[in-house]
Design a protein around this ligand. Sequence first.
Ligand SMILES: C[S@@+](CC[C@H](N)C(=O)[O-])C[C@H]1O[C@@H](n2cnc3c(N)ncnc32)[C@H](O)[C@@H]1O
Length: 480
Amino acid sequence: MNAEIEESIEYDEDDGEITTTTSGATKTTDKTWIENIEKKREDQQDLLNDFYAKKPQYFIDFLKSNNIPLDSYNIKDLPRFIRLKSLSDSLNQSLLAEIENQLKTKLVKIHWLPGFYKLQDSSVSISSSKAYKDGLIYGMDASSGAAILALDPKPGDNILDICCAPGTKLCMISDLMNGQGSLTGVDISRPRLGICKTLLNKYKIPNIRLFLCDGTAFNIKAPNPNDSIPLEILEKGKELKRIKLDKKCKEKKEQQELNDEDNENEKDKENNIKPLETSTTNNNNNNNTDIIDLKRKQQHYKSKKPLKKRLIDLEDLFYCKTFYMRHSNSQLYDKVIVDAECSLDASVRHLINYSKMGRHMVPEEFKKLTDLQKLLIQNGFNLLKEGGHIVYSTCSFCKEQNEDVVQWLLDNNPNAKLIPSFNNTTSIVEQDNNMSLSMDQLYNSETVPFSTGFIENTYRFYPKNGTSGMFISKIQKIKL
Ligand SMILES: C[S@@+](CC[C@H](N)C(=O)[O-])C[C@H]1O[C@@H](n2cnc3c(N)ncnc32)[C@H](O)[C@@H]1O
């Protein structure tokens, strides 16, 4: 696979998914890849059928070696969902009917996830509808929505999203914060962050900062309530340059001021006025001198040009590995989400693409992902306030990338406590010895349709539960 293809990136506006090739992809030609990403949505269903009909041995091996129930991916069609930007409960029925009309399909309300609807006909286009163009709806999988349900954003929170691009989760978080509080997004990929910025502009997401930065080393504190937040992609290197520039400007300005001062002193000498320093250091209580001092001070301040208001406090952007140590609890984030880079094996769409590319389910190279995931979750936890919580999620069903990463965090941080992500404590999917609930029953239920993970309080959304695949966990930072 050549470098150009490794860089290639495809954003599916309809369901908010970005597909990229990664170094893990093997033995495929440029043509195969391009054909893959250009596949029409209807074709995906055929690919799905084909995939199940063939049941590749590596897929079965993957399920077995990861203790994943063999029926986990059993679905008849690839469900697609939209989220309405304004909350569904207050949504007027005629607008809903209008959106159905534009999408040319019925919308099935997801009762356990406010604002979400499943497209009855999953082959229709979302992005050609007026509602989409007007920014009233966006494509987002219900399992991604479940991760935000676990995060539980509230107005006024300072929230950090490490691994934020392309940013559909940011959109939902922001909606739930109702424009109050702040959002900070971090991602290491420039093209993905570019898409993220476009998306955030389109949906007019307020109070958000985006950082192009390695999430394992990000250490910038939460913004103050008075900070003005530009929707710019801030880059560690560039900001450092800006800081240096800023320092240079400051030095130049100070030098200029010193020169001005010298010139003024010269003028003062000419006018027989004592320089400021002399008058303040001597103990002469002469009233005249005081008045002259006052005049000098007034002149001095008048001559100062007002400083151009900076968009953001550059001091805040200074990069240093131990920066977070210097943050007080109030400067840390109320809630953090780490939607980590992973092998994507939980997503049927990705599996289909992998399969067509001749790529194995979890190549050896993906093992190094777990190291990255541990660093990401640890850094997210470091930046979390005491009493706050972090949501760790992936689109993988590999235990090493999920429960093992969470357990590693718990083992290394005595102040980390795994807590329930959702109100329902038992899985309706697994109740009654896997009683076969229909998809309609799952969507209609108020109960979140998870399967239990391999350790208590971890959650798996298998495709058979009616969503795309996802692992979700929620960890609180407790006071020791
Ligand atoms: C699963 S995607 C995130 C999806 C995103 N949360 C959303 O809802 O749109 C994982 C992201 O992690 C980013 N990533 C990978 N390594 C990273 C790192 N070291 N630091 C920050 N982001 C990283 C990738 O560029 C990718 O955008």
